[in-house]
Design a protein around this ligand. Sequence first.
Ligand code: NDP
Ligand code: HSE
Length: 436
Amino acid sequence: MDLVRIGVLGLGTVGGGTVNVLNRNAEEITRRIGCTLKVTHASVKDLSRNRICDTAGIELTTDSFAIVNHKDVDVVVELIGGDTLAKELVITAINNGKHVVTANKALIALHGTEIFALAQEKGVMVLFEAAVAGGIPIIKAIREGLSANKIEWLAGIINGTGNFILTEMRDKGRDFADVLTEAQALGYAEADPTFDVEGIDAGHKLTILAAIAFGIPLQFEQLYHEGITQISQQDVQYAEELGYRIKHLGIARKTDQGIELRVHPALIPEKRLLANVDGVLNAVVVQGDAVGPTLYYGPGAGAEPTASAVVADIIDVVRNINADPQHLIPYLSFQTPALSADPILPINQIVVPYYLRITVADNLGVLADLTNILSSQGINIEALIQKEPYTEGTEVDVIIITSKALEEKLDHSIAQIENLDTVIGTVKRIRVETLG
Ligand code: NDP
Ligand code: HSE
């Protein structure tokens, strides 16, 4: 094959970046694969919109089905997003015997099982490196580079928008909504940005990573996710005073009881590398039994960083185009019949330390009440700060870092604390991850 013809569905941030990288590095890519890659077709929603890439020589259409049904398109690159139209297009492309590359984590997390089964039946490839952590080749690293290991746990900052917001809030004291608007303008955010800030996007990514790491089915519906919208400037500052940074983490951990699969804000000791991953950068720590901890770091979103992963997948497709499909690396790293049925643990069964911020009336004996409630559940206090009252004799914030505790026990303690007459409002709880 001298020429591989590519149909790109969607020419927005990632689609535009992909065309730019393919054009700019065409010669280098041909030297690597021994043939020419050419974007012959692309679809968009609005033909009149300005593009970040040169569209000369590309047949543009608003009809994506014309591309997935086109006899002269060899590889379909799905960069529209969402899991409805994108799914229909990908399924049609596979049924037409076309290889597919996608950056769409929602599509893979929610429908990957069905898509991979069909691809296997039709003998085509579906690659999705850009779906997790943008430009970081984390899927390849786990699926291939770490395949000798039993993966024990992985933890990562896997949403660039969320990390950008938390970093700007901490470093510049900026307002949440204002930073989110900037992340959208920079092309980092999802079409629906609540996916970023509520942990849904990170949840899609963690679902994929956990499947590849532990050999379990994709099961987004079992994942626990909590967003960053409730993180206040106060929490960011108190965390710093205690030697921690607040990050939005995705954590998957294999335990004797089952698998933890959770996305939520977490306090991380500031000396940990993950605590120092800022802005739109992502990072994932993977703990393997043989290799120990390994860290993967780089841009988690944006046009060309994401295009880097998309184009690498196109190159992989071309390199394997004549391979026997039986000998390709399994999509989820493990052979499908060997996937395990390990249960996903409910969030109240995890055991971690906690940060608690409790606003109390500045009365005698309040601290004793708090510590009594916690100790009655066997929860020790590792650190405690009592702040100055907002105005004299009124309210004070008490910040506690607990020892490791079963979340169910902490839930009981919090319910009791919130019932105290001296406690004002609700208790703020953020999990602590020591990543040791
Ligand atoms: P954009 O919104 O920037 O681009 C989407 C593109 O799809 C646009 O060109 C749009 O056309 C086109 N489109 C939308 N609906 C249709 C339709 N019905 N028919 C034809 N074309 C359509 O999204 P992104 O590039 O940011 O994201 C694309 C995918 O990549 C998503 O799955 C996202 O999750 C994923 N991703 C994004 C990253 C990022 O940094 N942005 C990083 C990693 C993954 P038009 O331009 O005319 O509106
Ligand atoms: N919206 C996503 C993020 C894009 O901010 O991480 C990259 O997957």
